[in-house]
Structure formats: structure tokens, C-alpha cells
Design a protein around this ligand. Structure first.
Ligand code: TYD
Length: 135
């Protein structure tokens, strides 16, 4: 899907376990300026319901599983994240909703910019209007 992709992260495994390094501009396509993670999401809760104007993000489910609904004005798909060596890259002007968080799931997000509420589009009709100009 345009402006979205799956990134297979390199995993270093030995008899002591697995190590997954992530370097900005090396393993993911931007410099990392912010990291946050989402935990303890109850069953039946959906988060997200927004897109960003400029922000690039990579979502990695470190434990458990979560589904991500991705939308643009012409296409939508659901990606399940359940592997800590897989990142979901989401670029600008993609609407996202995260749901079906499994118990104990941990969703980590790497972001290209510090938090800025003015970069969010939280109204879906406005999102469609703006994204139609771009896609
Ligand atoms: P939001 O991005 O809306 O979460 P989600 O898309 O997962 O539903 O953020 C929820 C709240 O947290 C909102 O009040 C903004 C705040 N927040 C920060 O203060 N800093 C951050 O880096 C992020 C991502 C959110």
C-alpha cells in the first residue's frame, strides 16, 4: 500500500536469545526523534483514528499481537503485527486504527519527529478531503 511497508528487522540470535538492533536511517528510513509504546490496552478498544501530515513512523509489536487498519481514500487493509522482528512503516497521510490488542501486548512506535499535535488529522472527513488531493 502506498506510503506503507513491512520492514524485516535484522535479528541477531545466539544461544543467549535474540537481539534486534534498530538504527535510524539504517534499519528504518528516517532518523528516530521519539519513541513511545502502548501497553495495557483492554479488549475491544480501538486507538489511533488519525493520520499525520509529515510524520513517519514504524510500529513494532514487541510482545503479543495487534491489528492495524490502514486506509487511504482508495484502498484499505489490515495488517496483524505479532513478531518483534517486523516493523510496519507508516508515512504521511495514512489513516490508522489499532485494535485487537492481545493481553500483555506491547506496541512500540518509532517516530521521525517530536510530538506535535498540529501534525495530526483527527477528523476522517477532513482527512479524506486532504488525502484525495495527494493520492
Ligand atoms: P494519540 O497519538 O492520540 O494515541 P493513539 O493514536 O494511540 O490513540 O495520543 C494519545 C494522547 O497521548 C494524546 O493526548 C497525545 C498524547 N501523546 C503525547 O503527549 N506524546 C506522544 O508522543 C504521543 C504519541 C501522544
Amino acid at each position: 500500500m502506498y506510503n506503507c511497508s513491512i520492514i524485516k528487522l535484522r535479528q541477531i540470535s545466539d544461544r543467549y536469545g535474540y537481539l534486534t538492533p534498530i538504527e535510524g536511517n539504517v534499519d528504518i528510513p528516517f532518523e528516530i526523534k521519539r519513541v513511545y509504546y502502548i501497553t495495557k490496552v483492554e479488549k475491544d478498544i480501538t486507538r489511533g483514528y488519525h493520520s499525520h501530515k509529515k510524520l513517519h513512523q514504524v510500529l513494532i509489536c514487541l510482545n503479543g499481537s495487534v491489528k492495524v487498519q490502514l486506509k487511504n481514500p482508495y484502498y484499505e487493509e489490515v495488517i496483524e503485527l505479532n513478531d518483534s522482528s517486523v516493523g510496519l512503516y507508516i508515512g504521511p497521510y495514512i489513516w490508522r486504527e489499532m485494535f485487537d490488542f492481545s493481553e500483555g501486548s506491547v506496541l512500540m512506535v518509532l517516530a521521525s519527529e517530536p510530538y506535535d499535535e498540529s501534525d495530526y488529522i483527527r477528523n476522517y472527513d477532513f482527512y479524506l478531503e486532504e488525502a484525495k488531493k495527494l493520492f
